[in-house]
Design a binder for this molecule. Structure first.
Ligand SMILES: Cc1ncc(COP(=O)(O)O)c(C=O)c1O
Length: 473
């Protein structure tokens, strides 16, 4: 297929060129009526912020330019069917889970998944069995699920209806998913992959392989995370003999807005086009540039660039080698006008672009200067073992949890209690404690460490005061 085409963007650009008069929603009337002071920022975008007008197709029943754009998308990724998403990977995860999991189904799910995966399972009324991940000791970050873990979990839970994995990790560590996917297919169950951070993986080496290439049945991409797409723009791809695309379409219809943003959808069309162009031209220059940035960063004694053999070159994890924690390091960067993706107690994560631009090299040089005054020192990672069971189910199912009352107890006394909240250090937005899970000593220690080092949490109001909401049973 001709990946040079941008059918949705073209339709939109042509439409707006004709200076149409709007007697329809939205109320800004192609930008005619809008807060004056903000017009310079919004003006050109509002001209294409239209709705399902003649010739502009309908995301929920595509038959013209959106359909053509989605077909080009599927072609680039080698999927049977691909969808544009206007509510992020969040809606992609919800739709693929609801399409596959029914009430009371057992589902094997990677423990360090995004909250949208957990929410999807709760909405479906499924029973998750959490698969623990391996751990990268040098970065002190989770990696992927071991084949042996999945095999053992499938043996104990042969009724499992699906496996849900996250690939790559937030830190860009990927994994060869082939053996897990083969195993799942031998059991006749699909593998759903939240590949939010890997929309660019179809570029080929040295970028990791995509879950689609490994044979996954459904894969979600946050196009807006690594591709040049607008925030919230994402993709969902299906390539499966097990999953019915009808069910996915039906849930997307229910979960996505009936007024999807045309600027976001057009940016998805253009992001696919840019990615195809990059793939066609080759990534040599880009890869050399990414390497140069790594080398510049590596010349700063106060930080170390972490390496992993399955590392996405677009993600750079910097580990502190001075008195600053990862969070403090991030603050120093921000004082220089340099904003990073996330910090944890030991690391700061940079997300690089898919383009070559010297501005990033200049920024690194600024950081080098800013860090000069900090004494270089060795860094002891905690001796908290990643530990835990290879896999574990909830102590009480979601349905029964609704009937229980909740109380707050000191975190130090929470071992063995059943958590009434999902505790999510944010970023990266990965739940550390699940609602309905029996709290372990290991989790308490991890939480204490995060609190001590200044981590932020989403959803757990009293955790910063050292309290945990648990069920009163
Ligand atoms: C692994 C993972 N999955 C899903 C999501 C949700 O993606 P979105 O923000 O596109 O809804 C995120 C967001 O950070 C994520 O990190």
């Amino acid at each position: 297929m001709n990946q040079q085409q941008t059918p949705l963007y073209d339709a939109l650009a042509n439409f707006s060129q004709n200076k149409p008069v709007s007697f329809h929603v939205p109320g800004h009337k192609n930008g005619l009526y809008f807060a004056e002071k903000a017009k310079p920022h919004f003006h050109s975008l509002l001209e294409i912020d239209v709705t399902e007008l003649t010739g502009l197709d309908d995301l929920h029943d595509p038959s013209e330019c959106i359909r053509e754009a989605e077909i080009l998308l599927a072609d680039l990724y080698g999927a049977d069917k691909s969808y544009f998403l206007v509510n992020g990977s969040t809606v992609g995860n919800l739709a693929m889970i609801l399409a596959v999991c029914e009430k009371d189904d057992t589902v094997l799910v990677q423990r360090n998944c995004h909250k949208s995966v957990m929410n999807g399972l709760q909405l479906a009324g499924a029973h998750p069995v959490f698969l623990n991940t391996s751990f990268d000791k040098s970065a002190y970050v989770p990696t992927g699920v071991a084949y042996e873990t999945v095999k053992a979990a499938l043996k104990q839970y042969p009724m499992a209806k699906a496996i849900i994995l996250t690939h790559p990790s937030y830190y860009g560590i990927s994994q060869d998913l082939r053996s897990i996917i083969t195993l799942a297919h031998e059991h006749g169950i699909p593998v759903l992959v939240d590949e939010a951070h890997g929309a660019h993986f179809c570029l080929g080496a040295p970028f990791p392989s995509s879950a689609l290439a490994y044979g996954a049945d459904a894969v979600v991409h946050s196009a807006h995370k690594t591709l040049p797409a607008m925030t919230m723009g994402s993709y969902l791809h299906v390539k499966s003999t097990i999953i019915k695309t009808n069910a996915i379409s039906r849930y997307l219809h229910m979960l996505q807005s009936s007024s999807p943003s045309y600027p976001i959808m057009a940016s998805l069309d253009l992001a696919r086009y840019s990615l195809a162009q990059l793939k066609e031209q080759g990534t040599e220059e880009l890869v050399q540039f990414l390497q140069r940035v790594r080398e510049e960063l590596n010349s700063i004694p106060q930080i170390a660039v972490l390496e992993h053999d399955m590392q996405d070159p677009l993600k750079i994890t910097l580990q502190t080698r001075c008195s600053l924690s990862g969070f403090e390091l991030q603050k120093v960067f921000e004082e220089q006008g340099v904003y990073t993706e996330l910090a944890d107690p030991y690391n700061v994560l940079l997300v690089m672009p898919l383009t070559v631009n010297e501005v990033f090299i200049y920024a690194v040089r600024k950081l080098k200067e800013a860090l000069q005054s900090y004494t270089v020192q060795g860094h002891d990672l905690p001796s908290i073992p990643p530990g835990g069971q290879p896999f574990s189910a909830l102590a009480i199912g979601y349905k029964d949890l609704e009937r229980l009352s909740v109380m707050h107890i000191p975190l130090v006394r929470a071992e063995g209690a059943i958590s009434a909240e999902m505790i999510i250090p944010y970023p990266p937005g990965i739940p550390l404690v699940m609602r309905g899970e029996r709290v372990t000593k290991e989790q308490i220690r991890q939480l204490q460490l995060l609190i001590e080092t200044g981590a932020r949490f989403q959803g757990a109001a009293s955790i910063q005061e050292g309290k945990l909401a648990v069920y009163d049973i």
